[in-house]
Ligand binder design. Structure first.
Ligand code: BG6
Length: 488
């Protein structure tokens, strides 16, 4: 099944995502012999371009974004699959040009790497060309809407032509090796499986820090903000995998049913508790990796008055039996000191300290899952320092059981999330894609926060670029006697 021949139609092939991620990922799948010899890659964009010119642009992109030398053998095989079609994507008549390039004997996978405002037009155009049947799969890139209402409109437009079973809403965090490893850690290890609830866990932290700013995307980002760009999708998806009940199987709907239940159990945050549960910030000037960077309001194209947040910290709570009283602190921001994403599970402290000579209070055990960079899993434990001191003055030390993926799996390459997810689409497996009801539930929760911010009439707090966000973010945990995990 893995090697089924596919017509992979890439709408928006000239865009950033296709150039940086999708084409390099398809090449990597080819290199790993995971594409059927009959599979094709058909780029679609508005520009007039010959196939040779298209191939040339791909080569230039690979030089910048592949992150390794191009393997000439794979390259030749890859470009033999490639084709290009110029289509004015808002013009239904124009789609008939597709017909000459796709073949009913192959499964068609259509990747919508375009602004979602034209997803409806893409579907209509394909319908007009007569290329839609029940074997076609469509991949929708985020953001699916700007809020619940607009996401319903987009989902309805696509649903007019495709059944939910044909729709793959991508959240690339679900393709990250370490995010997937959460499922293995939780359900393949009894030491975690049996300790994964309010009896044993004190609180959870999820931090997704980026050192980049908005990278010339003012137009998109200023409408979105960090809440829509990162929390509504990536952080909530991570949260669901940490918090969900064991699914009956690894089937798409078993997993997605459980994730949905978590989203439904999230306690609403609104005007009544917004100041207590959230912090938002906007970066000012500062230094990141020794380089001076402009503040958000001085970015190219900025309107200098924006109240859009580039940093968010939230105390999320899940109102169900397993997680009663266990806060999930979420934090994400641009222009922080480093690109680092981590999940930290803080276990409860020991009820009594036998070792008060070494530690007035025993530190809690922590499970740290490093999503990126330097993927790994670490458990902090208390150890006796070797020595012959008497029992009464036993010396303890905090140590790490540390699993680094690059050391443990030195022979395996860690695939980019998009490679993994593209392969899943080609295999027709929806488990790592977000179902419509999940997206809508996530919007419900996020919309209420965004709405409360809007009505608070308060501007986001400015933080210096290259720091860990506004001071109030420290306060969010400090008022409960906790602090953010400090990455190594
Ligand atoms: C994208 C956001 O979804 O994720 C970007 O739109 C963000 O703003 C990116 O930079 C982060 O992804 P990653 O894989 O680099 O952590």
């Amino acid at each position: 099944k893995k090697y089924e021949p596919i017509d992979f139609v890439l709408f928006g092939t000239a865009g950033d995502l296709a150039r940086r991620k999708l084409l390099p990922s398809l090449y990597q799948l080819d290199k790993a012999n995971l594409l059927h010899e009959g599979s094709k890659v058909i780029g679609v964009a508005r520009r007039e371009m010959s196939k040779d010119e298209y191939v040339e642009t791909i080569r230039t992109n690979f030089e910048s974004f592949l992150g390794e030398a191009v393997c000439e053998e794979t390259w030749l095989r890859f470009i033999a699959r490639v084709d290009y079609v110029k289509i004015d994507m808002t013009e239904p008549e124009d789609y008939s040009k597709l017909c000459a390039h796709v073949d009913k004997s192959r499964v068609m996978v259509c990747y919508f790497a375009t602004p979602p405002s034209i997803f409806g037009a893409l579907c209509k155009g394909m319908d007009h060309a007569g290329v839609i049947d029940e074997s076609v799969r469509v991949v929708l890139e985020k953001p699916i809407g700007n809020d619940l209402a607009s996401s319903i409109v987009i989902n309805d437009q696509v649903a007019e032509f495709f059944d939910e079973k044909q729709i793959y809403r991508i959240d690339h965090y679900l393709g990250k090796e370490t995010v997937l490893n959460l499922i293995a850690l939780r359900f393949a290890n009894s030491i975690f499986a049996t300790n994964w609830d309010h009896n044993c866990i004190d609180h959870v932290q999820v931090s997704v820090a980026e050192s980049v700013g908005i990278e010339g995307r003012w137009g998109y980002f200023d409408d979105a903000g960090q809440m829509r760009d990162m929390v509504q999708n990536h952080l909530l998806q991570i949260l669901t995998l940490i918090a969900m009940e064991p699914p009956a199987t690894l089937d798409a709907d078993s997993i997605r049913d459980e994730k949905l239940k978590v989203l439904k159990a999230l306690r609403p945050i609104n005007s009544s508790n917004i100041n207590d549960k959230t912090v938002r910030g906007q970066y000012g000037t500062g230094f990141v990796a020794g380089k001076e960077v402009p503040g958000y309001l001085d970015e190219p194209d900025a309107n200098q008055k924006s109240a859009t947040e580039t940093f968010v910290a939230i105390k999320a709570e899940i109102d169900n039996w397993r997680w009663a009283g266990v806060p999930f602190y979420l934090r994400t921001g641009k222009r922080l000191p480093a690109k680092v994403s981590e999940i930290v599970i803080y276990f409860k402290r020991q009820p009594h300290n036998l070792f008060s000579d070494s530690f007035s209070t025993l530190p809690p055990n922590k499970l740290v899952i490093r999503l990126q960079p330097d993927e790994g899993v670490e458990v902090t434990v208390m150890n006796k320092v070797p020595g012959i001191a008497s029992m009464g003055s036993m010396d303890l030390q905090k140590s790490q059981l540390d699993l680094s993926f690059s050391e443990e799996f030195a022979d395996s390459r860690i695939a980019d999330a998009y490679e993994k997810l593209l392969l899943e689409v080609m295999q027709g497996n929806q488990a790592l894609f977000v179902r419509r009801d999940e997206v809508e539930q996530a919007w419900r929760w996020a919309d209420s926060i965004i709405d409360a911010w809007k009505h608070s009439n308060e501007a986001p707090e400015t933080y210096q670029s290259g720091t860990w966000g506004p001071v109030s973010s420290i306060g969010l945990l400090a008022k409960e006697g906790r602090s953010w995990y400090e990455s190594k």
